[in-house]
Design a binder for this molecule. Structure first.
Ligand code: AMP
Length: 407
């Protein structure tokens, strides 16, 4: 079965085509600048060379058409026709309280996703555009939606409620949802498999450290708490996002600097985090290099970042009353040995001990980086949200086919 995974943004569309017989990627690509003067389509067939084209792509429907043209192209394509696509899985950022797991797209599901537009105004409308574009061009291909928030729907109210008037929760669903759920679910299950232990027996903290960053307390395989909240702004310090902060800072800064709501939102989401503290970059590679060359802002940015990750690991160990495994994943978590070392060197009281050589070894594979006598296992697990979406889509479509055959 061939499954196409789509991540539609407001002006972009990323895709990956999987052959589920062996979970191999057949091709992947990206359409950028949708709706702008010159859109760019980059297509990479596995084992072939990259193709880059500049075209006019006015909307998501045109983007889907061009993507299909590429996938079935006589020279660069990997399929002989679009009828070889058996199902499509979409990433959807916000599933609110409505979606606790991935589901098949139906008219009711689309309506419910629309009702969640307010909670994710930048993301969910773009995902819907992707779903509708596919529907228009491939009306008979089943589509599945996989939500970034779904894994965290197991959080108890003690984790997800804000201590503010409950009318705000009842009327407007203001609560913590958490994000990166597909990644936290994937790495926690993969880590348990790697260790050969049932995930139901483990207390884990998974640290997804990329441009966006979040830590999750995964208790017995389920999300118990996570650092992002109603939006992906809460929690850890990130590339350009502030993470946790006293909410009183917002009205105070607005008053002092005469900022509008939009401006303060933009300040906290786009002009804070590593970028604000270093004064020059949101990119951890550049920060690390500058820190090693003695740049003071980069030093503070790096130290603050490390300190906050360490605090969350400690807090979640306390929340779960124990800790068996720490997982590092995403761009920074997978690649920065110095960051992992600095986070872990302050956690020896929990029984965490890294093995320096294992931590520094360059590898793209899942691996253990803790010392043999470490009480807590520390792993690096490369995340793969697309594969997780493909697996969910495959499972749901197969179940539907089986129930149709039985019914
Ligand atoms: P992601 O959002 O998962 O693609 O992660 C992007 C982040 O990973 C950026 O801050 C990159 O600077 C960071 N990153 C990638 N490779 C490295 C590396 N070798 N060392 C430090 N940070 C890295």
């Amino acid at each position: 079965m061939n499954i196409l995974v789509i991540n539609a943004g407001s002006s972009s569309l990323k895709y990956q085509l999987y052959d589920m017989a062996n979970e191999k990627v057949l091709a992947k690509g990206l359409v950028e600048r949708i709706g702008m003067d010159s859109s760019i389509l980059t297509h990479m067939p596995t084992g072939g060379s990259e193709i880059r084209e500049v075209r006019e792509i006015l909307d998501h429907t045109a983007a889907v058409k061009h993507m299909l043209d590429m996938l079935t192209h006589p020279e660069h394509g990997v399929l002989s026709g679009s009828d070889e696509i058996d199902a499509i899985g979409h990433r959807v950022v916000h599933g609110g309280e409505t979606f606790q797991e991935s589901v098949l797209v139906t008219p009711e599901v689309k309506q419910k996703i629309r009702e969640l537009f307010d909670l994710a105004p930048l993301h969910n409308p773009a995902h819907m555009a992707g779903i509708l574009a596919v529907e228009a061009i491939l009306p008979n291909v089943p589509q599945v939606v996989v939500f970034d928030t779904a894994f965290h729907q197991t959080m108890p109210p003690t984790s997800y409620m804000y201590a503010i008037p409950t009318v705000l929760y009842r009327r407007h669903k203001i609560r913590r949802y958490g994000f990166h759920g597909t990644s936290h679910a994937y790495v926690s299950r993969t880590a348990a498999e790697f260790l050969g232990r049932p995930v139901e027996e483990l207390k884990m903290v998974t640290c997804h450290l990329g441009n966006g960053a979040s830590c999750t307390a995964v208790l017995h395989g389920k999300s118990y708490d996570t650092s992002m909240g109603m939006t992906p702004l809460e929690g850890l310090m990130m590339g350009t996002r502030s993470g946790d902060l006293d909410p009183a800072v917002v009205p105070y800064a607005m008053g002092k600097e005469d900022l509008t709501l939009n401006e303060v939102n933009s300040m906290l989401n786009k002009h804070s985090g590593l970028l604000a503290i270093s004064g020059f970059s949101s990119d951890m590679r550049e920060i690390t290099e500058a820190m090693q060359n003695g740049h003071e802002g980069a030093h503070l940015a790096f130290d603050m970042y490390v300190y906050r990750v360490r605090k969350y690991i400690g807090a979640y160990a306390a929340a779960m009353n124990g800790l068996d495994v720490v997982v590092f994943t995403a761009g920074i978590g997978e690649n920065s040995a110095i960051l992992r070392q600095r986070v872990c060197e302050g956690l020896t009281f929990l029984g965490i001990r890294l093995d320096a050589a294992r931590n520094e070894a360059k590898s793209r594979e899942i691996r253990r980086i803790s010392a043999d006598d470490s009480r807590v296992e520390v792993l690096v697990v490369p995340t793969n949200e697309e594969l997780m979406i493909a697996r969910d889509t495959f499972r749901i479509v197969r179940e539907r086919t089986a129930s149709k055959a039985n019914g």
